[in-house]
Ligand binder design. Structure first.
Ligand SMILES: CC(C)(COP(=O)(O)OP(=O)(O)OC[C@H]1O[C@@H](n2cnc3c(N)ncnc32)[C@H](O)[C@@H]1OP(=O)(O)O)[C@@H](O)C(=O)NCCC(=O)NCCS
Length: 194
């Protein structure tokens, strides 16, 4: 329900959504701010560095999104990928977003996030750079998102298309899941279980 309302507001009445995001950020920090500071992550794959998205440049994020083929966006539509939208997300403290940097090449290899709500729910998403697919980074990022979300004590959800096999498999490989609802367009609304 929350998921559907959020989508309708974001698409149809963006200024209302922007206000809700501000209020949510404030209340999320009141409730979870202290716990965020003590997040510990173990599942960073060998050869990569995990950084908060706010600690990399907006230009680097833009270049990452530009580098992906068109079909990478068939199932990935959580937010806009222009500089202004990325900058807003980098500032939003309820948007817990991370990147994996290939230490040898200094490439941004993957991006993932928990979009968190003060009511104790978070929504996961991720994208692996086209040159780094199939190496387990998607599964690692799911584990990282679980460590972050469950670490601060929220429930985690995501939508996965039944047609997005890599995404579904990486979700299942990282944790047990519960199908909350079958959505239109072949999408599954999943709860990620600790
Ligand atoms: C979904 C995505 C993040 C997976 O990342 P990845 O690093 O390539 O995935 P992994 O290497 O961790 O593989 C995860 C599983 O998917 C399988 N897989 C990976 N690519 C696959 C493909 N093209 N076809 C079928 N299965 C595939 C792997 O074999 C593995 O399965 P297993 O655990 O049963 O062995 C990546 O494909 C991507 O960025 N897609 C575009 C954005 C997107 O759709 N994001 C998800 C929606 S928010």
């Amino acid at each position: 329900m929350l998921y559907k309302i959020a989508h309708i507001l974001k698409e149809k009445i963006p200024f209302v959504w922007a206000m809700i995001e501000k209020v949510n950020e404030f209340l999320f920090l009141v409730r979870y701010g202290r716990r965020i500071k003590s997040i510990k992550v173990q599942y960073v794959p060998e050869g990569y560095e995990l950084k908060a998205m706010r600690d990399v440049s907006t230009e680097m994020m833009e270049a990452f999104f530009r580098h992906q083929p068109k079909d990478a966006y068939s199932f990935f539509r959580p937010h806009k990928i222009d500089a202004e939208s990325i900058r807003k997300l980098q500032k939003n403290k309820s948007y817990l977003a991370y990147v994996l940097i290939d230490k040898e090449k200094n490439n941004l290899a993957g991006y993932c996030f928990n979009r968190c709500f003060f009511i104790g729910k978070g929504f996961r998403g991720r994208m692996v750079d086209i040159d780094y697919r199939g190496k387990g980074l998607g599964t690692s990022m799911n584990k990282i998102l679980n460590e972050v979300g469950f670490g601060i004590g929220i429930r985690l959800f995501e939508t996965v298309s039944k047609d997005n096999i890599a995404s579904y498999r990486s979700a299942v490989a990282a944790s047990n899941v519960r199908i909350v609802e079958e959505l239109p367009n072949n999408d599954l609304y999943l709860e990620i279980l600790p």
